[in-house]
Structures are given as structure tokens and as C-alpha cells.
Design a protein around this ligand. Structure first.
Ligand code: SAM
Length: 239
């Protein structure tokens, strides 16, 4: 029987490929790539520079601090990854502190795109004119990092772990924090007694119904304590 192809394709455009190569090759994500469940390719933006000095950045017009990534190499990279074609067009995301905040509903909605290109900015960011080819800006929070690589890694992991088969037991994704407007329940493992603190009896009872009830109840308590806002907010899938 023919093996099904990857369910998610992510291309990452970066000035610093080595920042991404090792983390994206480790753990469950590395295994998912080996097994062909997801295809993640890391591209060095310098490969699309025509300038013999291989300059991807330049000084900002109007003066001021820092450098700006030039639009032309980014545009050439996007075109070679299929942006602008009619069929199987990828969804282009620019990682930016000005974007929509990454969340579980956003990760779920991105999984449906199937083909995603992630553009990592650096220095002062990218030439604004490239935004005509960007479908969405995504931020990892109201904080400014030095580059888009760590946000790209966070987004890649958040979306890839939702691909069926990437996380061994699909149950664990069902109960994750934010999946049902609440946080996850507390977990315990061996030993039963550690530094005088026992594991709750119900978890050792073998009674699955009671365990499930306890987990639901404690998930609600934990949410009330740590993130009361989740109990009142409606579940919405961002565009
Ligand atoms: N001058 C920009 C601003 O204030 O909006 C910040 C540029 S930042 C130093 C350089 C790059 O890091 C950005 O182009 C973006 O790709 C990435 N970056 C920084 N913070 C980020 C965040 N919170 N979420 C996503 N990407 C971020």
C-alpha cells in the first residue's frame, strides 16, 4: 500500500539556519520528520541574494539604528516556495511582535493550512513592502526578541504536535491546557510518597470513573486559581 505523504509542510526562511536545525531534529518532532508525518525545511535567506557581497540587509531609509532585511531576496525566496502560484499556495506567516498572539486555537487553525512558510525577521525587521506577500503576522507575546527563529520554532512545534501520529497517544492532546477552556489537571508519577507528600489516593484506586471526575474537578480548580479569564472567555478560532 502507498505510504501517505506528510500532512503538514513548513518552510522556514531564516538568516541563521543553525539556530533551528538541532532543535527541529530532536524529540518527537525529529521522529515525526523521520517518519514523514511532517516535512520541515529550513532555508538560508542568503541563498536568494544576487548581490555578490551576499547582503541580505541594508541601512534604513531616514536613518536610525539597526539594519533592515531587504525585500528582494525574501521575495525571490517566497516565489521559489510557491507563493503567487494558483494551486497548493502556501500560507505565509511573518513572525513579528506586532502580530496576532500564538494560541492553541490559532495553532489548530494553522494546521488546516497544510503548507506554511515562516519568515523570520532580524535586526530592525523586514522592508515593509514585503508585507504584500505575507498572509498573517504571528507573535509569541508582547515582548521583543532578537529574531524570529525562536518564535518560528514555537509555532512549528505547536502546529506539528497536532498532526495525527506525531504525539504517540492522541488522548494527551485532548486534555492539554486550552483545549477545553481550562488548564490541564495535575500529574504525578513514582514514587507514591516523596518528601512526605503522597500521591492523591484516587489516582491509585484503579477506579477510572472516579479518576476522570477527580481530573475534571482539579482542572477546573487549577484554572480558577491560575487563569480565571479562561473560564469566562469564549472559545474562538482566530482568522
Ligand atoms: N523593530 C521591531 C518592532 O519593534 O516591532 C522589532 C524587531 S525584532 C528586534 C527582530 C525580529 O525578531 C522581528 O522582525 C521578528 O521577526 C522577531 N520577533 C521579535 N519579537 C517577536 C515576537 N514577540 N514574536 C514574534 N517574532 C518576534
Amino acid at each position: 500500500m502507498k505510504k501517505p505523504g506528510p500532512l503538514l509542510f513548513i518552510d522556514i526562511l531564516t538568516l541563521f539556519p543553525r539556530m533551528l536545525e538541532a532543535p527541529l531534529s530532536e524529540g518527537l518532532l525529529g521522529k515525526a520528520r523521520e517518519r514523514g508525518l511532517v516535512q520541515i525545511q529550513i532555508h538560508d535567506l542568503r541563498a536568494w541574494v544576487e548581490d555578490p557581497r551576499k547582503r541580505v540587509d541594508d541601512r534604513p531609509f531616514g536613518g536610525g539604528a539597526g539594519m533592515v532585511l531587504r525585500a528582494e531576496p525574501i521575495h525571490r525566496a517566497l516565489k521559489s516556495l510557491g507563493v503567487g502560484r494558483r494551486l497548493r499556495k502556501p500560507w505565509v506567516i511573518y513572525l513579528s511582535p506586532q502580530g496576532k498572539q500564538l494560541s492553541q486555537p490559532l495553532a489548530r487553525s494553522l494546521l488546516k493550512k497544510k503548507r506554511i512558510v515562516l519568515l523570520c525577521g532580524h535586526y530592525e525587521g523586514v522592508d515593509e513592502r514585503i508585507m504584500d506577500w505575507v498572509d498573517q503576522e504571528v507573535s509569541i507575546g508582547d515582548v521583543v526578541l532578537m529574531g524570529g527563529e525562536i518564535p518560528a520554532m514555537a509555532l512549528t512545534e505547536a502546529v506539528a504536535r497536532l498532526v495525527p501520529g506525531v504525539v504517540g497517544d492522541p488522548e494527551s492532546i485532548l486534555h492539554d491546557s486550552f483545549s477545553e477552556s481550562s488548564l490541564d489537571y495535575p500529574c504525578y508519577t513514582r514514587p507514591r510518597l516523596w518528601k512526605g507528600r503522597p500521591v492523591p489516593d484516587v489516582l491509585l484506586s484503579g477506579n477510572h470513573r472516579s479518576i476522570e471526575q477527580w481530573r475534571q474537578k482539579t482542572a477546573q480548580e487549577v484554572t480558577r486559581l491560575k487563569r480565571r479569564d479562561l473560564l469566562t472567555s469564549r472559545k474562538t478560532v482566530p482568522k
